[in-house]
Ligand binder design. Structure first.
Ligand code: NAP
Length: 543
């Protein structure tokens, strides 16, 4: 089996290079997939649209970008040497530090030799006669592989709403998810930020310090909890490292695959004093563990409202102008949209150079050559930042023209919403595996352990196929239907499915409203995946 790209990749569009596995994407999922499959003796090529590794951390370089999962947990655990040798510097790692980590992993495992950068896959077609996929890139390069694995991330396809007049704007326009690698210095500029989701909430306090004036265009306010970020105490870091296997194992047994203090009392079952005590402690600690204050916050609307009102009371305390505080106060279910984590977000609105513009009732009217017009009022700006999020979970896959042996398109199959078996495979699309796709816990969990679990499951499956002398694997329609039904059923019992979030595709006009990730929890999901394997790949046809 040839094993280097130099031998393999077709340099001319007329040649087709041959591999065991083609992986799309070189973020954390694609990198580990490559390493794992190579270790198992398969020839692998990774096709990556960007010019470097890191996926989401390659593209999202906006000011203030950092992970909202603590750094000691947001890293690979497949190698103890790797997790012992790397030292995170802060409680929450910045985007540059995470990108350095991704590059460190790429170098350590010599991954670059099998990754093709600037290779955006546009088409992928399965040939039933050979049981192989052929992938074509934008530049016309072609590779063929027995298996295709997508590792394109859940939040990688930028949502750029079509604002009237945007093309006429004479200043610079940036999207947080496609930030220029060289960075942007807003010193002395008037800046307009559109959106107030996680990305904006991280970027706004940093941009406000540089800009001469910052205008924030808010359609819906979000709940955000202070990060309380700080340099990592070396003693604490070493203590976790000494106990890393247990630490990781405990995390895997939690709903979100994250090791944090979860209180198993219900908010409805305790008095107001006890609730306030718990919320205050969580607010002081910081981060997404705020939602672990009580066990019924995502199941009981009244309990949820006690947490929501607590955060609103904090906004009123922090923001001096009561009218601005009210505008910043969400009134929907807390945790329904992804909870945000910030550093100094609400206090930023006390700055004289920051203006909050409410676009909740009347949308942005138009973008003019010199700025943004809302309700007849013109806001002159030098730069616009679109912090408008992503077409989540489906768009990256749908952007490639996946065709099965009958010529049917994946985008047609998903017209009414994504359908998968375990978020890993799809009926009708043999030998195609998807990492952290709709129907898997993915975005509701710590992505790194979720990615590792998927990669290992896929790699084990491909090894099993080789060992059994099988060449074709396809999820049965029955198994897929039963899984989709289960995913929908568990979502129905959770308050998270009740609001207009990207989890349900509500941020994209016309997108079918389906709760996409699996909300049954990481341990239940792992158990199901293992059960399928124990059953000889139950729910799959192997031939
Ligand atoms: P987002 O949460 O989808 O937020 C997009 C924002 O843009 C929302 O405030 C939205 O308003 C607004 N918007 C969209 N279209 C608009 C329009 N036409 N006019 C006015 N406003 C508009 O996107 P995001 O902030 O990039 O975050 C997406 C996800 O990425 C997060 O939920 C999180 O999972 C992940 N993320 C994580 C981190 C981290 O680890 N710390 C950081 C950033 C992002 P509406 O709410 O009204 O639609």
């Amino acid at each position: 089996m040839p094993d280097t790209l130099a031998h393999e990749v077709a340099r001319k569009s007329t040649e087709t290079a041959v591999f065991d596995v083609a992986v799309i994407g070189a973020g954390f999922a694609g990198m580990y997939m490559l390493h794992r499959l190579r270790q198992a003796g398969f020839s692998v090529v990774v096709l990556e649209a960007g010019s470097g590794v890191g996926g989401t951390w390659y593209w999202n370089r906006y000011p203030g970008a950092r992970c909202d999962v603590e750094s000691m947990q947001y890293s690979y655990q497949f190698s103890d040497e790797l997790q012992q040798e790397w030292d995170w510097s802060e409680k929450y790692a910045t985007q540059p530090e995470i990108l350095r980590y991704a590059n460190h992993v790429a170098d350590r495992y010599d991954l670059l030799r099998d990754i093709r950068f600037d290779a955006r896959v546009t088409e992928a077609a399965f040939d039933e006669s050979t049981a192989r996929w052929t992938l074509t890139t934008q530049a016309g390069e072609r590779v063929t592989a027995a298996f295709c694995v997508t590792a394109m991330g859940c939040l990688s396809s930028a949502n750029k709403p079509t604002f009237e007049g945007l093309d006429s704007f004479t200043g610079a326009v940036y999207h947080t998810g496609h930030w220029p690698p060289e960075g942007v210095d807003f010193t002395g500029q008037r800046v307009g930020v559109i959106g107030t989701g996680s990305s904006a909430i991280q970027a706004i306090p940093v941009i406000a310090e540089q800009a001469s004036h910052l205008f924030v265009y808010q359609r819906t306010p979000n709940y955000t909890i202070p990060a309380r970020n700080a340099p990592l105490d070396p003693h604490q870091r070493e203590a976790i490292k000494r106990d890393y296997p247990n630490f990781r194992q405990t995390a895997k047994q939690t709903f979100a695959g994250i090791n944090f203090n979860f209180n198993d009392e219900s908010a409805a079952g305790v008095d107001e004093r006890r609730r306030q005590e718990e919320y205050e402690a969580r607010w002081a600690h910081g981060g997404v563990s705020f939602m672990g204050a009580f066990n019924d916050l995502l199941f009981n609307a009244d309990s949820n409202e006690t947490a929501a009102e607590f955060v609103r009371s904090k906004i009123r305390e922090i923001v001096h102008d009561p009218a601005i505080a009210e505008l910043l106060s969400p009134h929907n279910v807390i945790g329904c949209k992804r909870l945000c984590v910030d550093t100094g977000y609400y206090a930023t609105y006390n700055r004289p150079n920051v203006t909050l513009v409410d676009v909740s009732n009347e949308p942005i009217e138009t973008i003019t050559p010199k700025g943004i017009r809302v309700k007849g009022e013109k806001y002159e700006v030098d730069a616009i930042v679109l912090a408008t999020g992503f077409d989540a979970m489906t768009s990256a896959l749908n952007s490639i023209d996946f065709r099965n042996g009958e010529g049917n398109a994946l985008s047609e199959k998903w017209q009414e919403g994504p359908r998968t078996y375990l978020g890993l495979t799809m009926a009708g699309f043999p030998n195609l595996f998807t990492i952290t796709s709709p129907g898997s816990p993915s975005v509701l969990t710590n992505m790194l352990p979720s990615i590792e679990q998927h990669v290992e499951w896929i790699s084990d499956c491909i090894e099993y196929m080789r060992n059994q002398g099988r060449r074709r694997i396809e999820a049965t329609l029955d198994a897929e239907n039963a899984w989709v039904e289960h995913v929908t059923e568990v979502a129905g019992g959770n308050l998270r499915s009740t609001c207009s979030s990207w989890y349900v595709g509500a941020n994209i006009p016309g997108k079918p409203r389906v709760f996409m990730p699996y909300i049954g929890g990481f341990p239940m999901y792992i158990e199901k995946c293992e059960e399928v394997v124990r059953g000889g790949y139950e729910g799959f046809d192997l031939s």
